[in-house]
Design a protein around this ligand. Structure first.
Ligand code: GDD
Ligand code: MG
Length: 352
């Protein structure tokens, strides 16, 4: 599992924790991927870490709580996706022809991983990529395929993509292909390894699916992913409770006349006051939402406080930040950790 990225698009949340460890539907994001891997029969996982590496060991230890053996490798300077995979090679346990599943650490996917491995084996492929269709392919690795699903090109983040079929960030590699990635220098599988394999006429297969899929790399996607798991749109064995409109973790409290809906998760010890509405949001541990506040499609960081009557839509509030009573924050606003917006909306003299 590739978990070494800095998660810059999710700042300020990723200033204190790496993206794969952000609380998602009640558990660290990666727990959902680890649980699905375990359910597909995987027993040994190597986490390819770099940014905030020590936090992964603290979160998952040897993996026994999840029924897995987890090993860790560390890149003092990030080696890219291919370099990260190569760096893990020494810990892989299979032989040269055995399949190795590689996952980006920010993907929620409902596809049948075992079926992807079967397709890989059936074709004796060098690599088999999971493919999904999206509306905005230019943001991803675009993957045209030819007869019988054979991949004909790999185009990473290019304008005017020829197809809307994209790389979904889950690969099956033949072990020997990993050993051939150059060691000790940055390598991108998307820009270097995959194009070179296709150029050399190696068998690179696509496993297409139309099941649930989401890259949670932006705040909007992160909130949607958490809500989708709580609502049961993606079934996760790691979800700590029943699916429904809301997931309340230990000692979270909601005033009788408040409404918490849309797959919202309320973290440990968080509080929602009288008449407040919290919809489709992720509220981290110990955060407090005041009376009459309205919070939609937003992330409220650990220990943050939202004042009475404040209105938040599509925003990210950093850990321990304070949004004073009556403030309104809209689409895309981000409040950095510890910042205090004390009074009602700031006005400029030109508004008068
Ligand atoms: N170990 C390690 N080292 N991991 C890394 C490094 C690194 O240097 N750089 C990135 N990663 C990890 C990230 O932590 C993340 O889990 C994964 O690799 C992918 O990085 P992103 O930064 O999320 O890439 P992306 O979303 O822009 O694009 C990738 O995913 C798309 C699907 O969501 C590409 O693989 C695209 O081709 C693909 O379509
Ligand atoms: Mg990503």
């Amino acid at each position: 599992m590739l978990v070494g990225g800095k998660g810059t698009r999710l700042r300020p949340l990723t200033l204190s924790a790496p993206k794969p460890l952000l609380p998602t539907a009640g558990v660290p994001f990666l727990a959902h991927q680890l649980a699905r891997a375990a359910a597909a029969g995987i027993t040994h996982v190597v986490l390819a870490t770099s940014y905030r590496a020590e936090m992964f060991t603290e979160a998952f230890g040897d993996g026994s709580a999840l029924g897995l053996f987890i090993d860790y490798v560390y890149e003092p300077t990030p080696l890219g996706t291919g370099g990260g995979i190569r760096n893990a090679a020494g810990l892989l346990r299979g032989g040269p022809d055995d399949p190795v599943v590689v996952l980006n650490g920010d993907i929620l996917s409902g596809h049948d991983l075992a079926a992807q491995v079967d397709l890989h084996r059936d074709h004796g492929a060098a690599v088999t990529l999971h493919l999904v269709k999206v509306d905005d392919p230019a943001r991803y690795g675009v993957v045209p395929t030819g007869a019988a699903g054979r991949v004909t090109a790999f185009l990473e983040k290019k304008a005017n993509p020829p197809t809307n079929k994209i790389n979904a960030g889950c690969y099956v590699f033949r072990r020997s292909v990993i050993d051939e990635i150059p060691a000790g220098r940055p390598v991108s599988v998307e820009r270097e390894t995959f194009p070179a394999l296709i150029e050399a006429d190696a068998v690179v297969m696509g496993y297409a699916s139309d099941t649930y899929w989401l890259d949670v790399g932006t705040p909007e996607a992160f909130v949607r992913g958490s809500c989708d798991v709580v609502l049961g749109h993606l079934l996760s064995p790691a979800m700590p409770g029943e699916c429904g409109e809301a997931l309340l973790l230990a000692s979270a409290t909601v005033a009788d006349d408040a409404r918490v809906t849309g797959g919202t998760v309320l973290g440990v010890g968080s509080r929602v006051g009288n008449g407040a509405v919290v919809h489709g949001s992720v509220v981290f541990d110990s955060a407090a939402i005041g009376a009459g506040a309205v919070v939609r499609d937003s992330i409220v960081g650990r220990g943050a406080r939202i004042g009475d009557g404040a209105a938040l839509t599509g925003v990210v509030i950093g850990d321990d930040a304070v949004v004073g009573p009556g403030n309104e924050l809209m689409h895309g606003a981000r409040v950095w950790p510890g910042v205090r917006l004390e009074q009602t909306s700031i006005r400029f003299s030109s508004d008068a």
